[in-house]
Write a protein that binds this ligand. Structure first.
Ligand SMILES: [Fe+2]
Length: 308
């Protein structure tokens, strides 16, 4: 597909001249009326995901400081997924339909969004793989706790309004390089800690339907819905560069645990390059199932994320 055809078919609009894969950027989209993002279809998807790890939900008692790894256990949503999605306005809950690419119907939606923009993304960030989709349905006055994610992401607001706080990935006062080492090595968010004063240094996006934000790998974020319910879809993917970045963090974690304190990722590019080569050799030598980072995207180069 050539670039002109791609832009004609695109459902997401990005200022490609400004696009930098490591910079936070506002985007626009035309997905709000998409049939698969309407309530009845989402209820059906929720029913298909019932009793699986693809469903993740908690009550809106959780605050920005809640530990994302423990939030479902600490603040359980006692309503069924069907009840919650049918009447999210009264549900006092946050519902995430995870890895929707695992459902063939929704995989087609992910492709419909990413296929037309992949050539533009890859002009600056080659090697897109590990596509995934995440649909968030949240009651009014619900907070998505402060956290980081393991891929680049395009967050698109479908219905309702919310405020998204995002911090630059290199803002190590908000999340340290060491916290990223631990996260990439074990998916542990214990060093990712919320402080109220972080709000002042955030990029703040007040999103309504048709609006969105591109968030690079491990940019910390925290989200608050308004006084109305909200539906959002996030599309995530890995690239050659995200894989390199994550692998270097994994190696730094390994070094730290053997008493070596490497410089922060990015300060010595040549050292990072050598570290990446060493990390790749380790993964290749040991193969899946042996010592390897927690994120399967580092061991598997599949087109779609493997639902975990
Ligand atoms: Fe996130």
């Amino acid at each position: 597909m050539n670039a002109n055809m791609a832009s004609m078919a695109a459902l997401v609009d990005v200022d490609w001249d400004k696009f930098d894969p490591w910079r936070i950027q506002a985007v626009r989209h035309r997905l709000s009326d998409h049939p698969l993002l309407q309530r009845d279809q989402l209820v059906e998807l929720g029913k298909r995901f019932r009793c699986s790890t693809r469903l993740f939900t908690f009550s809106n008692d959780a605050d920005a400081a809640a530990n994302f790894d423990a939030v479902a256990r600490l603040y359980p949503n006692r309503k069924t997924v069907e009840e919650s999605l049918r009447n999210i306005k009264e549900a006092k809950a946050w519902v995430l339909l995870r890895h929707v690419q695992a459902d063939p119907t929704y995989r087609a939606l992910i492709d419909q969004v990413l296929d037309p923009i992949q050539p533009e993304i890859e002009r600056k960030d080659p090697g897109m793989y590990y596509r995934a989709g995440w649909i968030f349905v949240a009651a009014p006055h619900t907070i998505t706790p402060f956290h980081i994610d393991r891929n680049h992401g395009i967050l698109l607001q479908v219905r309702g309004t919310k405020t998204v706080y995002v911090w630059d990935a290199e803002d190590t006062e908000v999340v340290s390089d060491r916290a990223r080492d631990v996260f990439h090595a074990s998916h542990n968010l214990e060093l990712v800690q919320w402080h109220e004063e972080f709000r002042e240094r955030a990029h703040v996006f007040k999103l309504g339907p048709g609006m969105g934000v591109y968030m690079p790998l491990t940019c910390p974020h925290m989200v608050e819905t308004s006084d109305e319910p909200s539906t959002t879809i996030s599309l995530t993917y890995s690239t050659d560069a995200t894989r390199r970045n994550a692998m270097v963090h994994v190696m730094h974690d390994l070094m730290h645990r053997t008493g070596i304190e490497p410089s922060a990722v990015g300060t010595h590019p040549l050292f990072d390059k050598l570290t990446y080569v060493a990390a790749s050799t380790l993964v290749a030598a040991h193969g899946p199932g042996s010592h390897q980072p927690a994120c399967p995207s580092l061991a598997h180069h599949s087109a779609y994320a493997i639902a975990d």
